[in-house]
Design a protein around this ligand. Structure first.
Ligand code: CFM
Length: 545
């Protein structure tokens, strides 16, 4: 079906879908769904609130956000999970955050290290077991540092993991950090991001000896997790232009590099949702501005590279940036044109955890794919509406649960990187210390849905009939059984990288292969041939209540 023949959504259809809920649930869910309409100016969406019990959500927990997302990719640290084995197993590499190390003995990502709490530990306490586990880790692995992440039962029984970590640190002489990121600590994994950000800022960043950047144009890349090799592809281009990447937070990241993150002249922020806290704290403590970038999509990548060059303002760097852009674009264009013939005119749902629900819309657009529904599992209002709404977001009991770490200017290491006047000038041109919400990049009559659930997924699919559904493992196969291509945008379905120039070609190839697969001819879901429920309406009879 041609794109202009496809149905876009209207308010009535959303209302009918919501009518299936009890009144209170309907009210709540309605506030999490916005039909985009630019003529209305600001449109508010509710986000980062508790999922209603009984609703099947795609969200994860605070532990997943802390250990699984932010800490887990740091390769030269052993990450101990203090809790029953299941929590550890499900936070172990399924996200495909890749890493390689020059010293193979200092890459521990393939290990799943857990205290494997049993019933007796729940009854009598698990502190001794955790202390023994740390001793064992030191004996076997000798890592540069250790993290301990708590899962739900640890908080419930009151194990003091901070005290265990402190004693072990004194005993073994390496940094051992404990994170109270019990799953229930917040409404989603977003709380865990914040807890991990606080811990890294307190115990790692700034602990290194470097006082000056080791090279010209030293930068950090924040909120990039090397899923399917994304950060390797981005780093390849940055290095060719002449940047020195001090540390990536945290994909393929290392404790040894992170310690010296304070020397960077600029922090790039790819996924703002998971790491904006560190970006802000680095600016306050060391005076390093942050620049919002997006390396998903060719135009976004080009724009990000140009913005970086403008920040440094060096003619040679600007010229080299243009040279590399021209060369990379020429290299990928023929392949991209070939795939566009198949993708052009299709429609997609783009529902991912945090920032990707927005970032991938740019890549889809370049392939001629229109995003008709987008949303986030756990984002906050600013991710939808833009950073300017931050002062209007009232903290609730759940968000107050997570401490806002207060940092001070570092007397010795704080440097003004860019004079105030030039900073003001630059802010007019490039997104320094700022990001805009996804709403501004979506067209009218498309829909934003926060914390999309299973029922709504099926209903929106029936109305909008997308060609591509992009989300994660929890909903992938249900949708695929409906005869719709499902592309996981969390772990990339064992493919990637999708970032940068070459990544865009990989993505276009995978989407094309998915759309063209002969599989779809063989899928006949039951509802395509016959109604699921049959019945007759008899007049004049009631159920009697
Ligand atoms: Fe950031 Fe991420 Fe995302 Fe995220 Fe995640 Fe992920 Fe994600 Mo899955 S850090 S918010 S907590 S970009 S694991 S690499 S894909 S939900 S959209």
């Amino acid at each position: 079906m041609a794109l202009d023949e496809k149905e876009l959504l209207n308010e009535k259809q959303i209302e009918e879908m919501l009518n299936q809920y009890p009144a209170k649930v309907k009210r709540s869910r309605k506030s999490h769904i916005v039909l985009n309409n630019t003529s209305l100016g600001q449109q508010m969406i509710e986000a980062n609130t508790r999922t209603i019990p009984g609703i099947i959500t795609n969200r994860g927990c605070a532990f997943a956000g802390c250990k699984g997302v932010v800490l887990g990719p740091l390769k030269d640290m052993v990450h101990i999970v203090h809790g029953p084995i299941g929590c550890s197993y499900y936070a172990w590499m399924t996200r495909r955050n890749k890493a390689k190390s020059e010293d193979p003995k200092q890459n521990f990502l393939s290990y799943c290290v857990s205290t494997d709490m049993q019933e007796s530990d729940i009854v009598f306490g698990g502190e001794k077991k955790l202390a023994r586990m740390i001793d064992e880790v030191m004996e076997i692995f000798k890592p540069n540092a250790i993290t301990v992440s708590a899962t739900c039962p640890v908080g419930l029984i009151g194990d003091d993991i901070q005290a265990v970590a402190k004693t072990a640190e004194e005993k073994h002489g390496i940094p051992i950090m404990a994170f109270n990121c019990e799953g229930y600590k917040g409404v989603s994994q977003s709380a865990g991001h914040h807890i991990a950000n606080n811990g890294l800022m307190e115990h790692v960043i700034g602990k290194g000896d470097l006082e000056e950047p080791p090279a010209k144009y030293t930068i950090n890349m924040l909120g990039e997790y090397n899923i399917g090799g994304d950060s390797w592809e981005i780093e390849r281009v940055l290095t060719e232009i002449g940047y020195h990447v001090q540390t990536v937070m945290t994909g393929n990241g290392a404790f040894e590099d992170l310690k010296n993150a304070h020397v960077a002249e600029l922090n790039l922020v790819q996924c703002h949702r998971s790491i904006n806290y560190i970006a802000d704290m680095l600016e306050k403590k060391y005076g390093t501005p942050w620049l919002k970038v997006n390396f998903i999509g060719i135009r976004s990548t080009i724009e990000s590279l140009r913005n970086m060059a403008l920040y440094f303002g060096d003619k040679d760097l600007i010229d080299r940036t243009e040279e590399v852009i021209a060369r990379e674009v020429a290299e990928i264009e023929p392949a991209l044109e070939k795939y566009k013939k198949y993708t052009n005119g299709k429609t997609a749902f783009c529902f991912v955890g945090g920032s990707r629900g927005h970032h991938y819309q740019f890549l889809y657009e370049e392939l001629g794919v229109k995003t008709v529904l987008a949303g986030y599992e756990f984002a906050h209002r600013d991710d939808y509406e833009g950073r300017e709404v931050l002062p209007n977001i009232k903290p609730d009991a759940d968000s107050k649960n997570i401490t806002d770490l207060h940092v001070e200017q570092d007397e010795k290491r704080y440097r003004v990187k860019i004079p105030q006047e030039r900073m003001a000038e630059l802010k007019e041109k490039i997104p320094l210390n700022d990001y805009k919400g996804m709403r501004l990049d979506m067209s009218d009559n498309t829909v934003m849905v926060d914390d999309l659930n299973h029922y709504e997924t099926e209903e929106f699919i029936k109305i909008l009939k997308p060609d591509i559904f992009s989300s994660g493992i929890k909903d992938k196969y249900i949708v695929q059984k409906m005869g719709i291509l499902s592309k996981q945008l969390h772990n990339y379905d064992y493919s990637g990288p999708y970032a940068g120039f070459r990544g865009a070609v990989n993505f276009a190839r995978d989407i094309t292969m998915g759309l063209m697969s002969p599989t779809w001819k063989h899928i006949v879901p039951p509802w395509r041939n016959s109604p699921l429920i049959e019945g007759t309406i008899e007049e004049g009879r009631s159920c009697g209540c």
